[in-house]
Design a protein around this ligand. Sequence first.
Ligand code: EPZ
Length: 421
Amino acid sequence: MEKLIVKGGTRLKGTIPVSGCKNAVLPIAVAASILGDGVSVLHNVPNLTDVKTLQAVLEGLGATIKLKNSTLYIESINHLEYEAPYDLVRKMRASIYVLGPLVAKLGRAKVSFPGGCAIGPRPIDLHIRGLEGLGAEVNVEEGYIYAQAERLVGTEMNLIGQHGPSVGATANVMMAATLAQGTTVIHGAAREPHISDLAHFLNAMGADIEGIGTPTLTIRGVKQLRGTEHTVISDDIEAGTFIVAGAITRGDVYVEGITPEQIPAISEKLVEAGVELDWDANGVRVTTPHEIQPVDITTAPFPGFPTDMQAQIMGLLCLASGTSVITENVHTDRFIHAAELNRMGANIALDGSKAIIKGTRNLSGAPVMASDLRAGAVLVAAGMAATGETVVSRVYHIDRGYESIEKKLNDVGANITRVNE
Ligand code: EPZ
């Protein structure tokens, strides 16, 4: 297993380029492989293990996929297999995205039930509710989800769950509805930038989706979708992570390839914490001239503060000049990184869905362990700001969502070495 050795006390200075959005490219690649006929070409695709895992799932179903530099060439599947096996689905929850498209295209699907992960049980009841709403018959047996339908039929539905809109269920049902008979209206749809990018891609393939970016999506079913060319949006969470890395090291970095519209809540809370963000047409310059101020944060679906930035901002607030409270409302168990930050001298107390962070003067390096990709990212950022050396293990979590994280950070003055344990 690989580790990252992070030498502390480095101030980041320079330009960090943002890669393509992981959570956009995953459903878009599924739509291109299963729903569309012909070849699709996706640009600005990040080189991540999650993309490689999905490539294996889609090739297992019969698609032909090639990743060259950051362009993904996808030839859709004529003789579609309908089964996504456990050994691939267990590696990545996003494999569940093949469920709706397979039923829409083939009339049947057999997908291994996706495992939970460190941040909570990750149920799929809303995915199933939505597909049943379209007329699919769905059963769960022996760890597999079986779904079938002669033809999906459009309907009006509400996809809000107990934690609000679901990104995954919105993607799954929206994709399935593009080939259903008649019109589907989804109330309580997720509005994350990657859901909008998926909807734009589907429309470029010939789908008829209205209400993109709003909580109500109207999808008029069409007969066929065709392969197309698309440039994936940049990754808002990767950008937010690098902004925090610049702030926590009190550096002066330019995060290139992001717009304020993609990260409204992240920008608002970082400015409230005393980070200075100077925007221009291509990105944002990040400086932190004064002390980090404590702020209270509640995670929420877009346009609220994203749960995928909760760990990163917690790391920054460990060095604030007061006490901050973070309330995690999206995932049920997403504070595992708090214990690791405490090992570095942070002072974080947990109380159910709340984390109380008492700011300290500094952090000190320590051996720590990544529990999910965003937790791993905050440990690297904290390690750069800490005194001494931090060794981050289970780096495979980080590689799932960050393209060569140590190269991007070392290019702007970090001192991070990847070693094989
Ligand atoms: C997506 O996961 C992201 N993953 C997650 O990012 C992200 O944390 C999450 O959306 C929220 O933004 C991808 O896009 C590949 P949800 P997803 O369905 O779709 C509950 C990262 O760091 N829920 O929006 O699984 C669920 O338990 C990853 O890149 C149900 O109850 O998230 C959670 O509490 C981590 N029933 C909440 O809704 C369902 O059927 C939001 O989940 C589905 C979800």
